[in-house]
Design a binder for this molecule. Sequence first.
Ligand code: EPZ
Length: 420
Amino acid sequence: MDYFEIDGPTPLSGDVRVAGAKNAALPLMAAALLAGGESTITNVPDLRDTRFFLDLLRELGVVGEFSAATLRLDTTGTGGALEAPYDIVRKMRASIYVLGPLLAAHGEARVSKPGGCAWGPRPVDLHMAGMKALGADVDEEHGYIVARCSGGRLSGGRFRFEPVSVGATCNVLMAAVLARGESLLENCAREPEVTQLGEALVAAGARIEGLGTRTLTVQGVDALRPLTAAVIPDRIEAGTFLAAVAVAGGRIRLSGCRMDHLQPMLGVLRDLGCEIREDGELLVAERTGPLQAVKVETQPYPGFPTDMQAQIMAAAALAEGVSFITDTIYPDRFTHVAELERLGARIELKNGTATIIGTDALQGAPVMATDLRASAALVLAGIAAHGRTEVRRVYHIDRGYEQIEKRLAALGARIRRRND
Ligand code: EPZ
């Protein structure tokens, strides 16, 4: 089992390029199922999750080729298998993204219900209710979502997402674009990854109004052309590197990121004490002074992203003063707290809010990753901690960050991947 061996403290310096966004690539891969023929998706990050999703598409009859960050997905042979099996879905809940496209393109789908995740339940009721709103019969049988549309085609409908849901918005949008008639989708997620999906669908012939807003109006079409899309830069990966400078100090330059997508997190990073500025195509981030305490509340985009709260907590652990972090999206997303405390962080959890009493140094220790962003937080903390930190179960981090240890080492971090 791989683990990271990290020695600290080490300030960071150097240049790093941000990869394509995992959470944009996955729905785009699913959307390829909506069209017959070969879709081409570029700037795809090579991750456990994108590899898992490619395995799932191959199970469904897609002929897929992944090389040099380019995915070619030929769906000519799909339609025979319409099931996303448990042994794949349990490893990656985003597998549920095939529900909408299979229903829309083939009139039926069997998708295993994803389990929970490290920090608690991950319901899919909105995905199922959204398909019902488009005329599908949706039942649960032996842990599977079994959906089919009577009459062979979905029909346009009206649906409101409560709460805002990235995945359900993507899934129902993909179903609606081939439904007969008009669909009105309200309280939609506005994350850049959702907007990119919509733009790629429109480029393939879909008719969607309102992209980037909470209300999407879709006029169903009879068929789409295969997709061609270049995955947007990963704003959470970019934010993680910015948080790394906050935690460890130093100065780095990011290339390939979209400043507009980072706006929701820049305020907090600057409050922490990071200086962040654009220099042409580059984003320069520097922290030389002491870290300052922050107050953070996660919200759907364009609010502060829940996928950044663990990384910010690692910085808050070393800030002067008391910080407060509330995750309004996942109130239980705090499995990283116990592991950060092993490194010397002083954190109290109460009613979905973490109170972090800053300390002037963390001490290296063996810790265990529990989920993707928690593991990123532990790596960042390990880079700043005094002495040796071992981060175990790094398969979590490999789900969402390409070769993270090599890229952090290139920024000066003393981090190595080991295997025992
Ligand atoms: C996406 O997950 C991301 N994953 C998550 O990133 C991210 O944390 C999350 O959005 C929130 O931004 C991908 O894009 C692959 P949601 P998703 O549906 O779609 C509730 C990472 O680190 N809800 O937006 O599963 C849910 O419980 C991952 O890359 C329902 O109630 O999240 C939550 O409270 C982790 N019913 C809220 O909505 C449903 O049917 C937002 O969840 C679906 C969700």
